[in-house]
Design a protein around this ligand. Structure first.
Ligand SMILES: [Zn+2]
Length: 282
């Protein structure tokens, strides 16, 4: 007999931001953690779920970005499935979903799902949900990679506890920084090293599972990114085209061969603005 639960990951290709939708297979049902961005990937994720031949018992959404929540509507379409998130994550999704669709719908066309399912069961920090003998605990994080982040630990039977960390750390990929919380994100990563001590496997929103060292890796990346932007912007809230090219080359040398290189430039102006505002405050 297989040890339960089994964690399956559907990882999208680069157009779908390599996002991981997790299907956690228990004895008699499945729990989904996050989903996918694009309709083709969401359909593939739903096909993986059907192939498990067990009902979906719950969905958890780690944070307020469409590559994680876009597929929830399709996942729960077949039945009355509870969708959990922290209150801040649920409220932020409700607030930003239309704007995200307006921004990215024209870019992705039919690949952008027509409907959003906002998590309907808000949880407070530390609240626990038991599904199919799997104990899931949701923890609120500071706004870090998005405007509302969280992570989820899971304990089941004699198995080692694991954590689903959403995008609090990317594994071997360039991260999204355009929500301009990189300073708070660094603080959150430091806090997480203590909060997650004792957990040996982290399941990130992008890239392969890894140990706690993933948090330090993400911190080093963000520190380097901020240092380079500080130097190139000269304290201004924007970067020249030449500076953007240099930033991109520098970060690609920092993380050679890593996917999602366009994220480097996508968040540069936001982080330059964040750093300039911090300097003005000081
Ligand atoms: Zn993501």
């Amino acid at each position: 007999m297989l040890a339960r639960p089994v964690i399956h990951a559907y990882r999208a290709a680069e157009p779908g931001l390599c996002v991981n939708g997790y299907l956690v297979e228990g004895e008699s049902s499945v729990v989904a953690v996050d989903s996918s961005l694009l309709r083709s990937d969401i359909e593939a994720l739903c096909a993986r779920l059907r192939a498990l031949r067990k009902p979906l018992a719950a969905v958890f959404v780690t944070h307020a970005h469409p590559d994680h929540y876009n597929g929830v509507h399709a996942l729960v379409a077949a039945g009355d499935v509870p969708v959990y998130a922290t209150r801040a994550v649920a409220e932020t999704i409700a607030r930003i979903a239309d704007a995200k669709r307006a921004q990215w719908g024209p870019v992705y066309g039919d690949e952008w799902p027509a409907e959003t399912h906002v998590p309907d069961l808000p949880l407070h920090d530390g609240e626990q949900v038991t599904v199919d003998e799997m104990l899931l605990t949701v923890f609120e994080a500071e706004p870090a990679e998005s405007h509302a982040d969280s992570y989820i630990t899971m304990q089941a039977g004699g198995a080692e506890p694991v954590a689903f960390i959403g995008d609090l750390a990317f594994s071997g990929m360039h991260p999204y920084t355009a929500d301009a919380h990189s300073g708070d994100w660094l603080d959150e990563l430091t806090a997480l090293e203590d909060d997650l001590a004792g957990i040996r496997t982290l399941y990130p929103g992008h890239g392969a599972p890894a140990g706690l060292g993933l948090l330090a890796d993400q911190r080093r990346y963000l520190m380097h990114y901020r240092e380079v932007i500080t130097r190139l912007s000269g304290g201004r809230p924007s970067l020249t085209a030449a500076a953007l090219d240099e930033l991109s080359a520098t970060m690609q040398a920092f993380l050679p061969g890593a996917p999602l290189t366009w994220m480097i430039g996508l968040g540069a102006t936001a982080v330059a603005g964040e750093l300039a505002a911090r300097q003005a405050e000081a």
